[in-house]
Design a protein around this ligand. Structure first.
Ligand code: ATP
Length: 245
């Protein structure tokens, strides 16, 4: 079996045929690993995730060069729904949930390709990890707090039984205690199930607490790759991303 669940090799992404957003990015996520992709606004984090899940086409973007490998699959050759079926889950920035549906209905709606038995089991699993969602399971999702909506967005991804969970800025707009709670839950899912995680964050402080490795992207290029411990001590990271001295 491949050592890495995901390998990006020198990918380039363009929007509208000309606008080069990603300029030769290589990164990997080991099987069962937790890796962060850090960077400022507009650096190319979301674009990188979309190149993996296949959601670029909807925005007139495309991977123009390079490999996107998931286990033994060449993802570039596959449509987004096939990538989900293989085990790639992408939680988009901004907690996209169906606001007029309940959490329960949101979870069921995310599981169209699973049997009824799988849906019941997966729902139970999501509620075990996120007991708050269970408490709110009959409210409209639009009335949930920001943190609860983020939990629901992650729960929807878990309903697809992913092997790789990609999270785009899950901490955005949430109070620090909620970020800590959600990140600890993600870490326990990783530990208990060996689910591999690629975490995109501007909040480097919180991200580097839970991942083992991180990449720093600037203007569409990876400019640093190291262990979380080393990144935390790096003066540039401290100055620009950790609010350090
Ligand atoms: P943010 O945290 O603000 O989402 P990011 O690091 O995720 O930033 P991207 O959203 O991937 O960055 O953007 C990378 C570059 O690609 C930016 O220059 C952005 O303007 C450009 N870009 C992103 N989406 C599109 C699009 N749909 N069409 C054209 N250009 C885009």
């Amino acid at each position: 079996m491949a050592d890495n669940v995901l390998t990006l090799n020198n990918i380039e992404v363009v929007y509208d045929f000309v606008s080069l957003a990603i300029k030769g990015v290589s990164l990997h996520v080991p099987q069962g690993g937790m890796v962060a992709l850090l960077g400022a606004n507009g650096a190319g984090k979301s674009t990188t995730l979309k190149s993996i899940s296949g959601l670029l086409a909807a925005e007139r973007g495309e991977v123009r060069r390079g490999d996107v490998r998931f286990l033994d699959h060449d993802l570039r050759a596959l449509p987004p729904q096939e990538r989900v079926r293989l085990g790639v889950a992408h939680v988009l920035e901004g907690r996209r949930v169906f606001e007029h549906l309940t959490p329960d209905e949101n979870l069921i709606a995310a599981s169209a390709i699973r049997s009824r038995h799988d849906v019941a089991r997966n729902k139970e699993r999501v509620y075990t990890y996120f007991p708050r969602l269970y408490e709110r399971r009959t409210s409209q999702a639009g009335y949930l707090s920001g943190g609860e909506q983020q939990m629901l967005a992650i729960g929807r991804a878990l309903m697809t039984q992913p092997k790789l969970l990609m999270l785009d800025e899950p901490s955005l707009g949430l109070a620090p205690f909620l970020v800590a709670e959600i990140f600890q839950i993600i870490r326990s899912i990783n530990k208990e199930e060996g689910l591999s995680v690629l975490l995109v964050e501007q909040n480097a402080v919180a991200a580097l607490e839970i991942v083992s490795h991180g990449y720093l992207i600037e203007s569409g290029r990876i400019v640093m790759h190291d262990s979380a411990e080393a990144l935390k001590k790096n003066p540039d990271i401290q100055e620009f991303y950790l609010g350090g001295t």
